[in-house]
Design a protein around this ligand. Structure first.
Ligand SMILES: Nc1ncnc2c1ncn2[C@@H]1O[C@H](COP(=O)(O)OP(=O)(O)O)[C@@H](O)[C@H]1O
Ligand SMILES: [Mg+2]
Length: 162
């Protein structure tokens, strides 16, 4: 019990204001459509450890679904693994979605609204990730894979003391 108390004290800043958690999870799954929902709800539950609003949690769900769906749809014609990790540092959520699939030839083109290499797709996945999170970074090497990192800060509700 004593150790637990010390850990909790470490999460409270000098003004007695809760600054959130320090926590991390890693999930690894086959790049299959039926696993997208698991990634989505797992990261939403993880993010809910700090007081993101319901609307913000919905935005996080969409961003995670889009990133994991991209690994499922685009990265692996032959199948493969997707690694998802999420970290909370104080009030900052970071999510990383990594595949070792075919990679993206031109990342800035892929980020453009309505750009898709698959006929019939909307080409809005990266646009959603970028607009629903505070920021997004894409690292990709053709033939080696893609890592999308996104982050979102949980801002204190105005007028609230906690
Ligand atoms: N993980 C990935 N691996 C390979 N290519 C990807 C990946 N994610 C995105 N892409 C490429 O970037 C393009 C744009 O992605 P996105 O904005 O999500 O639109 P959409 O999925 O509708 O095509 C995709 O059409 C695809 O060519
Ligand atoms: Mg997409």
């Amino acid at each position: 019990m004593h150790e637990r108390k010390t850990v909790l004290e470490g999460l409270v800043d000098d003004g007695g204001i809760s600054v959130g958690h320090n926590n991390e999870v890693r999930l690894e799954m086959l790049a299959l459509p039926e696993n997208v929902g698991l990634a989505r709800v797992s990261i939403a539950a993880f993010a809910s450890q700090i007081d993101f609003s319901m609307g913000e949690v919905e935005e996080i769900k969409v961003a995670v679904s889009e990133a994991v769906s991209n690994a499922v749809i685009h990265a692996y014609p032959q199948g493969g693994w997707v690694k998802i990790s999420a970290r909370l540092t104080g009030r900052l959520l970071e999510v990383e979605v990594k595949d070792t699939g075919k990679g993206i030839e031109d990342v800035s083109q892929a980020r453009e609204p309505s750009f898709s290499t698959e006929p019939g797709r909307m080409g809005l996945g990266f646009v959603f990730m970028e607009s629903f999170m505070d920021g997004m970074d894409i690292q990709s090497i053709p033939g080696r894979g893609t890592t999308v990192r996104m982050w979102k800060e949980c801002r204190p509700v105005e007028g609230s003391n906690d």
